[in-house]
Design a protein around this ligand. Structure first.
Ligand code: NAD
Length: 279
C-alpha cells in the first residue's frame, strides 16, 4: 500500500469504468444526461461547474448547462427544476451550492426528483442511507469509502472518527462507515476533548473546514487519515484540514490535498449519474 493515497489515480480508474459502461449503453441506444444548474457567478462554484462538465465530456455523458442570473427568484429556479424533473432524457440534476441568500436551499433540494438527485442530498435519499436501503449517496463521502476500499484499507470493525457533522460530508460519512461495519464517532465544534477522541481512531476523517488544524497530536500512530478539507492559502497553494507535513511520518497512509478526496467527488457524481441512467 502506498503511504500517500493517490485519489487522482483512483478517480481516473472510476471515470474510465464509467466511460466504458457509458459506451456500452450508447450501443444499446441509451444516453446519459446530467443537467447542471448554477445561480449567480461565484468564482469557486464556476470552477466546480466547469470541472463537472469536463468530466461529463470525458465519460461520454451529455451535459445540459443552465447558468442563471444572481437575482433569479426561488420560483423561477423551482420552475426549471420541475421542467428538468419531467424531461425523460435527463438522468441527473445538479444544483451547484451555495445558492444566493434569497433562495432556500432546502426547498430547492426537496424539489429535485429523488431518482434524479445524483448529489444524494434529498431527504428521501438521506433516509435510504440511514436505513441501509439503496439510493443516491452524497458524492464526497461515497468517494472516501471508495478510496479506502481501493487502497486495501479494511473498514469493518475499525474505530473510525469523523470530524464534522455537516449534511453534505460529516453525517453521510459516518452513516457510510457504519454501513461498512465500523465503530463510528462523530466529533464537531462542541466536542469537549477533540484530541482524546481523534487519537482513538484507526481511520480518521477530517472534514471540519479549518486549514492544517489536525496535527500529529490529534492522530494515533499508524492511523489512516482522510483529509476532506480544501483551502487556498495566502500563498495561493491548496491545503487540507490536516497538517500533512506534521503527520506524514506518524501515519500508515494519508490522502494529500490536492489529489486526494477532491477528484473522487466528481468521479462519484459521474457514477451516480450512470446508475440513474441504468435504472
Ligand atoms: P461545514 O462548515 O458545513 O462543517 C464543518 C463541520 O466541522 C461542522 O459540523 C462543525 O461542527 C465542525 N467543526 C468546525 N470546527 C471544529 C473544531 N474546531 N473541532 C471539531 N469540529 C469542528 O463544512 P463541510 O461542507 O462539511 O466541509 C468541510 C471541509 O471539506 C471544507 O474544508 C470543505 O471545503 C471541504 N469539502 C471538500 C469537498 C471535496 O470534494 N473534497 C467536498 C465538500 C467539502
Amino acid at each position: 500500500m502506498n503511504k500517500i493515497i493517490d485519489g487522482k489515480m483512483i478517480a481516473e480508474q472510476i471515470k474510465n469504468e464509467v466511460k466504458e459502461e457509458t459506451a456500452r449503453l450508447k450501443e444499446q441506444g441509451v444516453r446519459v444526461t446530467l443537467a447542471v444548474v448554477q445561480v449567480g457567478s461565484d468564482p469557486a462554484s464556476g470552477v466546480y461547474v466547469k470541472n463537472k462538465k469536463k468530466a461529463c465530456e470525458y465519460v461520454g455523458f451529455e451535459s445540459l448547462s443552465y447558468e442563471l442570473k444572481e437575482d433569479t427568484s426561488q420560483e423561477e429556479l423551482l420552475a426549471l427544476i420541475r421542467e428538468l424533473n419531467e424531461k425523460k432524457e435527463v438522468n441527473g440534476i445538479l444544483v451547484q451550492l451555495p445558492l444566493p441568500a434569497h433562495i432556500n436551499e432546502d426547498v430547492i433540494i426537496k424539489a429535485i426528483l429523488p431518482a434524479k438527485d445524483v448529489d444524494g442530498f434529498h431527504p428521501e435519499n438521506v433516509g435510504y442511507l440511514s436505513t441501509g436501503q439503496k439510493g443516491f449517496v452524497s458524492c464526497t463521502p461515497a468517494g472516501v469509502i471508495e478510496l479506502l476500499k481501493r487502497s486495501g484499507i479494511s473498514i469493518s470493525g475499525k474505530e473510525c472518527v469523523v470530524i464534522g457533522r455537516s449534511n453534505i460530508v460529516g453525517k453521510p460519512m459516518a452513516a457510510l462507515l457504519l454501513r461498512e461495519d465500523a465503530t463510528v464517532t462523530i466529533c464537531h465544534s462542541r466536542t469537549l476533548d477533540l484530541k482524546a477522541v481523534t487519537k482513538r481512531a484507526d481511520i480518521l476523517v477530517a472534514a471540519l473546514g479549518k486549514p492544517k488544524f489536525i496535527t500529529k497530536d490529534y492522530v494515533k500512530e499508524g492511523a489512516f487519515v482522510i483529509d476532506v478539507g480544501i483551502h487556498r492559502g495566502a500563498d495561493n497553494k491548496l491545503c487540507g484540514d490536516v497538517d500533512f507535513e506534521d503527520v506524514i511520518d506518524h501515519v500508515s497512509a494519508i490522502t494529500p490535498v490536492p489529489g486526494g478526496v477532491g477528484p473522487m467527488t466528481i468521479a462519484m457524481l459521474m457514477r451516480n449519474c450512470l446508475e440513474s441512467a441504468k435504472k
